[in-house]
Ligand binder design. Structure first.
Ligand code: UGA
Length: 466
């Protein structure tokens, strides 16, 4: 079978020369799934010079994109998307017959939500593969970008006709919501898993502009086999989640032993072998990645005959982190019935409107179920949180959320929460208790609040826990 694609026609030497001469190697790329990963990928690949078509079966979403409406909040994305559509490098469609025939590379970016047993549900990946098989041209390279369990490529290649005319590759994404575009255009690493030279060269062609622009920066372009690339993504997320759960375990020990987890983290983070990132104890990790990816890796480990205990414990500690703060609130309020709690932050983390698996929303749910009235504030995620929790009352700013409240909780690490004006707060809040579930308030502010009659509780800190 003769497979023809642009990267095959251009030798690696030529492509390197072209790129170093400042030329952009245009490729025709389709991206299926216009969610967070897919849309960012499509915008970023068009921004580095490729012709990109974004495909989604949701017609309303595609119409919205044509009208410059994003289905979610992501800083800088809307502006870059407008620039690329205006330049004619990026467009959108709902029909596989429009997207796939001309594509040299197709990125699969559809959702892989968790099943009840924790396994990743891959039905959308299979559907995408069958549709690509029907419409794609010979030599097309199909890239798994959705987070999938190790070994998925074997099923994928079967759905694509068994490597006879379509190549399979894995190129996991490491973007974070809130900094997604920067993470894609200036990544710390790009991982490409292939088992054919054609696919390897195609992905080199796709990423050559980024490889060039990252010269001299800390950056790694890592080529592996496909299974390794698949696992590397899951392993990275699980490691980050493990760091957080480790610190939440330390927080419990600090509370019991009279130590300060923020200082413990400072000491640990100063060791370059550990590093300071992802050492913040709090109400735990959330979002659509960490909880599901750790559960999926535990499931994969178990199904491969390996011990998943460590991963299950990471999830258990994460749940305990949330419940510890909930219990603290209950202890302070005595009963939740008839009480009002102000909650600052609803998104699973700052700079996003995403509330999927948000610990902040979960905390609101527990408070509401316990009988409290909850008034929440979030700069981006209010509406989405209220869709999940219709009884949640939304406030336009932190002080309105605090007005008349018996207790105030900081649940998401929005920078605004560190800037709280204690005097203003004292003028509106009913109770005098702040539970800082993300250790956002600086020490001097905690001390000042205490002089104003507040009790301030952090997580794993010396203040009021014991
Ligand atoms: C995460 C990874 O960081 C990305 O590299 C990966 O590409 C992405 O998942 C994915 O798989 O798509 P994201 O879910 O956007 O990115 O969020 P993070 O910034 O990693 O934060 C995850 C959660 O951990 C948040 O709830 C955050 O509040 C919490 N967190 C983070 C802590 O509780 N403590 C910390 O020290 C850091």
């Amino acid at each position: 079978m003769h497979c023809q694609s642009l990267p095959e026609l251009i030798s690696e030497h030529d492509s390197t020369r072209a790129a170093s001469a400042g030329w952009t190697l245009l490729m025709r790329i389709a991206v299926v799934g216009m969610g967070h990963v897919g849309l960012v990928t499509a915008v970023a690949l068009s921004a580095i010079g490729h012709n990109v078509i974004g495909l989604d079966s949701d017609e309303d979403r595609i119409i919205g994109l044509f009208n410059a409406q994003l289905p979610f909040y992501e800083p800088g994305l809307k502006e870059e998307m407008a620039r690329q559509t205006f330049a004619g490098r990026l467009w959108f469609c709902t029909s596989p017959a429009d997207a796939y025939p001309a594509a040299e590379v197709v990125f699969i970016c559809v959702g892989t939500p968790p099943d009840e047993n924790g396994a990743a549900n891959l039905i959308a990946v299979e559907r995408a593969a069958l549709s690509i098989y029907e419409h794609a041209s010979d030599g097309c390279v199909v890239v798994e970008k959705s987070t999938v369990p190790c070994g998925t490529h074997q099923r994928l290649s079967r759905a694509l006709g068994g490597y006879s005319r379509i190549y399979v590759a894995s190129n996991p994404e490491f973007l974070r919501e809130g900094t997604a575009l920067m993470d894609t255009l200036e990544p710390s690493r790009i991982v490409v898993g292939t088992n054919s030279e054609s696919a390897r060269l195609a992905l080199r062609g796709v990423y050559q502009p980024i490889i060039d622009s990252m010269e001299g920066e800390p950056f790694a372009y890592i080529e592996t086999d496909i299974a390794t690339a698949e696992l590397a993504k899951n392993a990275s997320n699980a490691m980050l989640a493990t760091k957080i759960s480790f610190m939440n375990l330390m927080a419990r020990i600090c509370e019991a032993g009279g130590a300060d987890v923020t200082k413990v983290a400072e000491v640990m983070g100063a060791d370059p072998r550990i590093g300071p990132a992802f050492l913040d104890a709090g109400i735990g990790f959330g979002g659509f990645c960490f909880p599901k990816d750790v559960a999926a890796l535990a499931y994969t480990a178990q199904s491969l005959g390996c011990d998943p205990d460590l991963l299950n414990e990471v999830l258990a500690i994460n749940q305990d982190a949330l419940l510890t703060v909930f219990e603290r609130i209950k202890t302070e309020l005595w009963h939740l019935q008839g009480k009002q709690v102000g909650v600052l932050g609803l998104a699973f983390k700052p700079d996003t409107d995403d509330t999927r698996f948000s610990p902040a929303v979960e905390l609101c749910r527990l408070l509401i179920e316990g009988g409290a009235t909850v008034v929440g504030w979030d700069p981006q995620a209010g509406k989405s949180a209220q869709t999940e929790l219709p009884d949640l009352i939304l406030a336009g700013d932190p002080y309105i959320a605090a007005e008349g409240s018996d207790l105030l909780v900081i649940a998401t690490e929005w920078p605004e929460t560190a800037d709280l004006d204690i005097d203003r707060l004292a003028g509106v809040i009913k109770g005098r208790t702040i539970v800082d579930g993300r250790n956002m308030l600086p020490d001097w502010k905690v001390s000042y609040a205490e002089t104003q009659g507040f009790k301030v509780f952090g997580v794993g800190r010396l203040c009021e826990w014991n």
